[in-house]
Design a protein around this ligand. Sequence first.
Ligand code: BMA
Length: 351
Amino acid sequence: MVLGSNMFNSVEELFIDIGRWKPQKAVMPKNNHNQPLLRRHLKNPILSATDWPYPMNTVFNAGATLLADGSTLLLCRVEDRRGHSHLCAARSENGIDGWEIDPQPTLMPDPKNYPEEIWGIEDPRITYLSDLDRYAITYTSFSRGGPGVSLALTEDFVTFERIGDISPPWDKDAALLPRRFDGLWKLIHRPTTIGMGAHIWIASSPDLRHWGDHRLILEARKGSWWDANKIGLSPPPIETERGWLMLYHGVRVTAAGSIYRLGLALFDLEDPAHCLLRGDEWIFSPEETYELSGDVDDVVFPCGYTVQPDGDTLYLYYGAADTTLALATGSIREILNWLEEHGRPFVPYVE
Ligand code: BMA
């Protein structure tokens, strides 16, 4: 903000800008003697509002995938200045910089045909389904009844086949597993149930449209835990030889607001409803200024990852403070080793 300049067309605009200004939080030194499992990229945040080819408010919570030519595609959640979100694709050779952003929104809400999208579409997760030779995009449709899960398929991120809503509200944080199990597709999702809270479930479907056999697979803890009362899947589970590696977010509600952090769990490769291990400690938490301050303070929220050609290096794309997009990298092998050392089995309904 430059006071005394002629940047503002009216006194109202000046006051709107003053209203947006807030003091930056101090970045406090940490006392973490473990090697960080996820390391922030020096170029963070890698994408922000000033990169966008059209007017908008914020860019965050992107789904991610590698394309056939090895380049990276991010399907970003872009919030406009009404507060409604749409999706916009950004492509890069190295997944770090040189992003080419679609000049117009890539996927807009279509409330005429899909009334559940009336207040926007948010938080896409991408899973490549090799059987169908299509990318499946699960996203949150913000309906009058609350957030629900919607599904669209695409070959090229240019045209999309909308399947529509696959859950009633309240449900979100959903992703498909990439293959069928005994002929059934599997969806990880996070319904919020009255009296029970917000936990991670799995559902099955023969055709991607009809979903049943709902099972609770990972429960939010209670009390003072970092992941008490509300958890949700972050990016789609990562297939490894030791199981499905799940990064999930836990929400700690404090007097000053919520803190969104990340933890780890591992699920059986052939029975993804079966949790093998869960870590007690979070592994990634808001620390940098761009994570501590923004439209929503204290949020790290990944919706997408890619695995680099070495088969081990993870690029995790996360929304920072619901304002920008950032990148953290890690080694899948190191993450699994940590979980084997620090994790313990988790049994739903028992702990
Ligand atoms: C969650 C989702 C995310 C958002 C996060 C923090 O409930 O709505 O889109 O990033 O809250 O505000």
